[in-house]
Ligand binder design. Structure first.
Ligand code: MN3
Length: 203
């Protein structure tokens, strides 16, 4: 069974002026679609065809001969997660049990914000910045290169920002720090992060 391109949870111009319709159109219809097409072609006729996306990712992680499948499957997952990590009128202060946990584990919101921005800025080359719930029950900010993702490190992803150049170059050119500032200030979907947190830690 082939995977389909998920529709975006908002119109393509909904994140303007922070992320342009042009960026979202290329990112969703070209980049995300290319990962999907590659994945579908690579798993066609193999035993992976019947598996879920998460199962394919887990089954191919750290296997040299399966790296093409892993990269495309993980990028399909990462992009769907990223679309939901963005929302018009997002950003600002996380509320609810996740908001409390951030204060508890980072000391204050500024410390989290600084740490998340630093993770995204310092990811050399392509990759992702994440807020995760780690195995030990604490929140952590992490960065991963290329297609790598928390799922294969035993961590629960709560929120992500894509720091591949294709995510911001048309709007911000080389100014990745500005894109990360805008993500945290105007776009981060804290309701989505809260839902992911509650999935892992029911109150
Ligand atoms: Mn991308």
């Amino acid at each position: 069974m082939a995977f389909d391109l998920p529709t975006l949870p908002y119109p393509k111009n909904a994140l303007e002026p922070h992320i342009s319709e042009r960026t979202l159109t290329f990112h969703h219809e070209k980049h995300h679609q290319a990962y999907l097409t590659n994945l579908n072609n690579l798993i066609q006729g193999t035993e992976l065809e019947k598996e879920s996306l998460e199962e394919i990712i887990q089954a191919t992680a750290n296997k040299t001969e399966k790296v093409g499948i892993f990269n495309n499957a993980a990028q399909v997952w990462n992009h769907t997660f990223y679309w939901h990590s963005l929302t018009p009128k997002g950003g600002g202060e996380p509320k609810g049990s996740l908001g409390k946990k951030i204060l508890q584990d980072f000391g204050n919101l500024e410390e989290f914000t600084k740490s998340f921005k630093q993770a995204g800025v310092s990811q050399f080359g392509s990759g992702w910045a994440w807020l995760v719930l780690d195995k030990d029950g604490t929140l952590k900010v992490t960065k991963t290169p290329n297609a790598d993702l928390p799922l294969v490190h035993g961590q629960k992803a709560l929120l992500t920002c894509d720091v591949w150049e294709h995510a911001y170059y048309l709007d911000y050119q080389n100014r990745r720090p500005d894109y990360l500032d805008i993500f945290l200030k105007n776009l981060a979907n804290w309701d989505f992060a809260q839902d992911n947190f509650e999935e892992a830690m029911p109150s």
